[in-house]
Design a protein around this ligand. Structure first.
Ligand SMILES: [Zn+2]
Length: 140
């Protein structure tokens, strides 16, 4: 399916954006650490703030770790619940052969191929209904 593929230019733009944001985050974290090391007022401020938020932080981190551990345990015990089924399998179980969420190439009401209006907008040739694909556009 042509409309699901991500153009190479867009992928490189996303990669560039993520790289730039990660670089900015690392620079800002380094700057904050340097400020902490060299600014006594900031050290005092951090000590005061940490003194008042550490119980909440400890509880939150414990809940996060416990949740992750129980999820991993559950996943190891019931791996079939976490497997992604192929989209055509889901589609055939729900509504029929050619109608499904992931395969928006035919009208789910008329079961005939859709006319492509733009990259993620479609129209049925028979009932004139409009469809919009909200699927994340991933490179295949
Ligand atoms: Zn239709």
């Amino acid at each position: 399916m042509e409309w699901r593929k991500l153009p190479a230019i867009q992928l490189s733009r996303i990669t560039l954006l993520v790289t730039a944001q990660s670089t900015a985050n690392i620079v800002l974290a380094f700057w904050l650490y340097m400020e902490y090391l060299h600014n006594p007022f900031m050290r005092e401020y951090v000590a005061n703030v940490w003194g008042s938020i550490w119980p909440v932080t400890v509880v939150g981190l414990s809940a996060l770790i416990g949740g992750t551990a129980s999820l991993l345990f559950y996943k190891s015990k019931y791996p079939h619940l976490f497997k992604n089924r192929p989209s055509h399998e889901v589609a055939t179980q729900n509504t029929g052969d050619r109608a499904g969420l992931a395969s928006l190439d035919s009208c789910p009401f008329c079961n005939i191929p859709l006319k492509v209006l733009s990259e993620n907008r479609f129209q049925c040739r028979q009932c004139r209904r409009y469809f919009k694909s909200s699927l994340p556009q991933l490179a295949v």
